[in-house]
Design a protein around this ligand. Structure first.
Ligand code: AMP
Ligand code: ZN
Length: 485
């Protein structure tokens, strides 16, 4: 099966054909480290991690580069506010970022270059752009001149049209409002590096052009990031890179849609953010990944309490089925029933359905739909079978193996189900007023009441627990509990 990718450059789905056979050069814009990342920032991190893993699974030799922007106006501003120096701020938030993505279980890219380790190369690029007549210098500042750009490749608009719709600061010394900074002179006390134009620092756009081509060559197969980066960041990366190398910069541009919160894009500047750190204090990381993966990356995703609860419910359903399937496979009895039509049409072809959905522009939402269908069929069988046939158990075993394989690509469903439930309970317990000891005491009191046929008291205890968000589930051998917020 061939992989199809939606290319922002052509605005259509295209069959993926790498520049070099079996090799993929992938670049994704990384964070600017001046604050904790928020759950919206996790969307490109999780999605491109899935892209990376899926391409590797398909047999490609993938070189994945995700940079760290550790010098930028925002970092300097934050440093001034906190009375620290900007390298300290960058260090603190680089470390926080690394901790967050470790908890999220994101695979390390092949290279994670930092902008400040590549200043010399940036100076050399800027000098070359000046020599070729694409840039000009005004009082220690070097700007790229967009004069000659007829059309921006991703937006298909000319500079004037684009700027009409964008909020771009127009500085007096610019020849054209769309001209962008390649080198910025530093003010006293700001971090600076030596350059032929005086002490200063590079602009954000040039950082990505230099770091991507350094590790991947002049033309990349895939360049990714959020939609909000299309203009000006990615357009400017394209114009300056193609001016410098004389070659096409990127074959496939991929952009994830935004995660919104309260009807607006979640963003640090709007202040409507939930940091990853805050989220992870209340919920397991797998819940966030599940929210992100259950939506197609090009559709708008609204982050809400309801989305969190639905993700918890979805994960519980899948893990519960895994638990039951594992237990069923230990059962030595074999019944003489034949496989149902649903088992043959829904469960057996699950892996094929997964691949078809992923090959269609990484349609994780559709693939998850196929998983839920299989779960529904298996659960239906659990409620109607006393014992499974050996043929049925073979399907069950294959189902478990398929989920494990999918889990490795998505970075989900990799825990032992009992550990998952325990971890979820521990996290959610922080949000209710009862402690684990309180709950267990009430459950044993209820058990005693039931043994004494004191149904009234047993019922009271159940209701009291429910009032405190604790739901009980009685099985023939034990009573389990879960937190329902
Ligand atoms: P920033 O730190 O704003 O440069 O963002 C880092 C990455 O997160 C970029 O790829 C952005 O496009 C992406 N991003 C920022 N906000 C959101 C959001 N609300 N939803 C999805 N992606 C986002
Ligand atoms: Zn970038």
């Amino acid at each position: 099966m061939s992989l199809v990718i939606y290319n922002t450059l052509t605005q259509k789905k295209e069959v993926f054909q790498p520049l070099e056979k079996n090799k993929v050069k992938l670049y994704v814009c990384g964070p600017t480290v001046y604050n904790h990342i928020h759950v919206g920032n996790a969307r490109p991190l999780v999605f491109f991690d899935v892209v990376y893993r899926y391409l590797k699974f398909k047999g490609y030799d993938v070189t994945y580069v995700r940079n760290i922007t550790d010098i930028d106006d925002k970092i300097i501003k934050r440093a001034q506010e906190e009375k620290k120096n900007s390298s300290e701020i960058a260090q603190i938030y680089t470390q926080a970022f690394e901790e967050d993505i470790k908890i999220l279980g994101i695979e390390a890219p092949t290279y994670c270059p930092k902008a400040t380790d590549h200043i010399e190369e940036m100076v050399q690029w800027i000098q070359a752009l000046l020599n070729k007549g694409y840039a000009y210098e005004v009082q220690g500042e070097v700007l790229y001149s967009v004069e000659k750009i007829k059309f921006y490749k991703l937006s298909k608009k000319n500079a004037e049209e684009l700027l009409a719709g964008a909020r771009v600061e127009v500085a007096g010394h610019k020849k054209n409002p769309g001209d962008f900074v390649l080198w910025k002179p530093s003010k006293p006390g700001e971090p600076s590096w030596k350059s032929p134009w005086g002490p200063g620092r590079p602009g954000w756009h040039i950082e990505c052009s230099v770091m991507s081509t350094k590790y991947l060559g002049d033309t990349l197969d895939i360049h990714g990031g959020g939609r909000d980066l299309i203009f000006p960041h990615h357009e400017n990366e394209i114009v300056q890179s193609e001016s410098y190398t004389g070659k096409p910069f990127v074959k496939y541009w991929m952009h994830n849609e935004m995660l919104s919160f309260g009807k607006e894009k979640m963003s640090k500047s709007l202040g409507n953010i939930v940091t990853m750190h805050e989220f992870l204090e209340k919920y397991p990381a797998e819940v966030l990944k599940f929210i992100l993966i259950s939506n197609h990356y090009r559709s708008l995703l609204e982050f809400s309490e309801q989305a969190i609860q639905e993700a918890i419910g979805g994960l519980e359903k899948i893990y519960k089925t895994l638990l039951q399937a594992q237990a069923q496979l230990k059962d030595k009895n074999d019944a003489k029933s034949s496989l149902s039509k649903d088992m043959k049409e829904v469960v057996i072809p699950l892996w094929k359905k997964f691949e078809e959905a992923m090959d269609d522009d990484f349609n994780t939402a559709q693939a998850l739909g196929a998983i839920f269908e299989a779960v529904r069929v298996i659960n239906h069988a659990f409620t109607s079978h006393i014992s499974w046939s050996s043929e049925g158990k073979k399907v069950l075993k294959e189902f478990l193996e398929t989920i494990e394989k999918i889990g490795k690509i998505w970075g989900l469903f990799q825990q032992d189900p009992n550990d998952f439930f325990e971890h979820l309970r521990t996290k959610l317990l922080h949000q209710v007023s009862l402690s684990r000891q309180d709950i267990e005491k009430l459950i044993s009191e209820r058990l005693q009441a039931r043994q004494q046929k004191n149904w009234k008291r047993a019922d009271e205890i159940r209701k009291e627990l429910e009032k405190n968000h604790i739901l009980l589930e009685d099985t023939p051998t034990q009573t389990t509990w879960k937190v329902q917020i």
